[in-house]
Design a protein around this ligand. Structure first.
Ligand code: GUN
Ligand code: ZN
Length: 444
C-alpha cells in the first residue's frame, strides 16, 4: 500500500506530433480534465476520471489533490551543461569568446571530486525545480563529473543520459584529455552505469574544434562497439565556429560530415543547435534518425542565429527542445518555448503551444527511443510528472481568466507567461523531488 499514490488534476499530454498545423486543426493533443493518475512502484498504473469510483485496492491510497492545476509529463531537456550554472547570464560575448572567457574556467574547477559532487546536486535539484525530470547532460572532461551525475540521478531513479566530455585540443590546461585515457574512462563509465536503472551513457564529443581526428575516430569506435549508447555534441551553432571547423577539417564536406564520416551520427545522436546546416546535412540527419536539440534562449543570448524549425521539420529532421544552460538563460523549458515561438515568428512560422509542449515531452522521448518510459501520462510509463499553476501574478491571472473557454488560447498564454514560479511539485519515479514552498496554498 505504501508505495501507491494518486495525483489529481487536469492532465495534458500528447499521443502524436501535432506538427505546425494551426491550433484548431492539430492532432494528438490529449487534455483530460479532473482525472486521477494512479501510481504504484514508480510507474503509472492507470488513469481515470475523478468522477469514477476507485478500484477497491486503491480506496485508501493518499491523494495529492491538485484540482484546478495542470499535470504534465516532466519535461525532457535534451541539451544542458551541469557546470554552467556557474556562468549562466554572463555578459557580452559570442560563442567562442564565451567559452574561453567564462565557461572553460568554470569547468576547470570540476577536476575536484567535491566540486563535481556539489555541482551535480545543485544542478539536478535545479532541473527538478524547473519541472524537468529527464535530461541529456554535458558534465566536464573529468570522469568524476560524470560519475557524480550518475550517482545522484540513480539515487532517485531519474532518467539521465550523460558521459565524460571528450576534448583533447583547443582548450586550456586541466581541460584536455588524451585519446587513450579518455577511452578507458568511457569504457569504465559504460561498464558501471550504462543501462543501470535509468542511467544511459552518451559518448560526449564537445565539438569538432576540441577533438583531434584521432579522438573523433575513437569516439565513433566507442559508439559502434557499445550498442545502445547515445552520442551528444554541438554542431553548426555560430558562423565563426563553422568557419573554424572548415579550416580544421578541410576534407570534410561540411561540419556535420566531420562527425558522420566517423560513424557518430546514428539514431541516438543528439546534436545541439544545427542552425547553419545545409540541405544535404538535413538529409543525413533524417536518414540516420538523429535529432537536433534546438536551444532557443542560448541561440538568442549568444547571438548565434535563428534556427529554422519548420524547414527542419519539412526535411524530416527530428527536433527536440533544450535549455543549453549556461549559454541558455533559463532551465525552464516553458521560457525556452516562449523564445522558440519568437524565433519562428521572425521567420514567418507560428509555433503552437501544442507543438512546443509535445516536443518537450513525447517528441523528445520518441527521438531518444524512450517513449515507452517517459513523455506520456500512460499506464506502464514511469511516473515522472510536474504539477503547474495556470497563472501566477495579476497579469497572468487576468489573461488566464479571459482565456478559459478556448483550450489552446489558455495553454498558449500559460506557456508564454509561466515560468518556474508556476511549478507546484515535480515527481520522479512516483516520488516528490521538488515541492514549492507555497504548494499547499489553494489552487489557481
Ligand atoms: N560549443 C562547444 N561547447 C559549447 C558549450 O559549452 N555551449 C555551447 N552553447 N556551445 C558549445
Ligand atoms: Zn551546449
Amino acid at each position: 500500500m505504501s508505495d501507491k499514490r494518486i495525483l489529481r488534476g487536469d492532465l495534458l499530454d500528447f499521443v502524436q506530433d501535432p506538427g505546425f498545423a494551426p491550433p484548431h486543426e492539430a492532432q494528438g493533443v490529449r487534455f483530460r480534465s479532473d482525472h486521477l493518475v494512479l501510481i504504484e512502484r514508480g510507474r503509472i498504473d492507470s488513469v481515470q476520471s475523478a468522477s469514477q469510483p476507485l478500484p477497491p485496492a486503491w480506496e485508501n491510497v493518499p491523494v495529492a489533490d491538485h484540482r484546478g492545476r495542470l499535470i504534465l509529463p516532466g519535461f525532457i531537456d535534451t541539451h544542458v551543461h551541469c557546470p554552467q550554472l556557474d556562468v549562466i547570464a554572463s555578459f557580452g560575448t559570442e560563442l567562442l569568446d564565451w567559452l574561453n572567457t567564462y565557461t572553460f574556467p568554470a569547468e576547470q574547477r570540476y577536476a575536484d571530486p567535491e566540486v563535481s559532487r556539489q555541482g551535480a546536486a545543485r544542478f539536478l535539484h535545479a532541473l527538478w525545480a524547473h519541472g524537468t525530470t529527464s535530461a541529456v547532460v554535458f558534465p566536464t572532461v573529468h570522469k568524476t563529473s560524470a560519475q557524480a551525475l550518475f550517482e545522484q540521478a540513480s539515487q532517485v531513479q531519474m532518467r539521465l543520459i550523460t558521459g565524460k566530455v571528450l576534448m583533447n585540443r583547443h582548450a586550456p590546461d586541466g581541460l584536455r584529455d588524451d585519446v587513450a585515457q579518455a577511452e578507458r574512462d568511457c569504457v569504465d563509465l559504460i561498464a558501471q552505469w550504462h543501462g543501470k536503472q535509468r542511467q544511459a551513457f552518451a559518448v560526449t564529443v564537445r565539438f569538432a574544434v576540441t577533438s583531434t581526428p584521432e579522438q573523433l575516430a575513437m569516439a565513433g569506435a566507442l559508439c559502434a562497439s557499445h550498442a545502445g549508447t547515445y552520442m551528444q555534441t554541438h554542431v553548426a551553432e555560430s558562423r565563426a565556429e563553422v568557419q573554424w571547423v572548415s579550416e580544421l577539417f578541410p576534407t570534410a564536406r561540411s561540419y556535420l560530415d566531420v562527425y558522420d564520416r566517423d560513424g557518430l551520427i546514428g539514431p541516438r545522436a543528439v546534436l545541439a543547435h544545427g542552425i547553419w546546416l545545409d540541405e544535404r546535412d538535413r538529409a543525413v540527419l533524417r536518414e540516420r534518425g538523429a535529432q537536433i536539440a534546438h536551444s532557443p534562449s542560448s541561440n538568442l543570448f549568444l547571438g548565434s542565429g535563428l534556427f529554422d524549425w519548420a524547414q527542419a521539420q519539412g526535411d524530416g529532421v527530428n527536433v527536440s527542445l533544450a535549455s543549453d544552460v549556461g549559454g541558455g538563460t533559463s532551465l525552464c523549458l516553458l521560457r525556452n518555448m516562449a523564445e522558440a515561438y519568437k524565433i519562428q515568428a521572425l521567420q514567418g512560422t507560428r509555433l503552437t503551444a501544442w507543438k512546443a509542449l509535445y516536443t518537450a515531452t513525447l517528441g523528445a522521448a520518441s527521438h531518444l527511443g524512450l517513449s515507452q518510459e517517459i513523455g506520456r501520462i500512460e499506464p506502464g510509463c514511469m511516473a515522472d510528472l510536474a504539477v503547474w499553476r495556470w497563472a501566477v501574478g495579476p497579469v497572468a491571472e487576468h489573461r488566464d481568466a479571459l482565456a478559459r473557454d478556448v483550450l489552446h488560447e489558455r495553454v498558449f498564454a500559460w506557456m508564454t507567461l509561466a515560468d518556474e514560479r508556476n511549478l507546484v511539485s515535480t515527481w520522479v519515479a512516483g516520488q516528490p523531488v521538488y515541492m514549492a514552498s507555497s504548494s499547499e496554498v489553494s489552487a489557481a
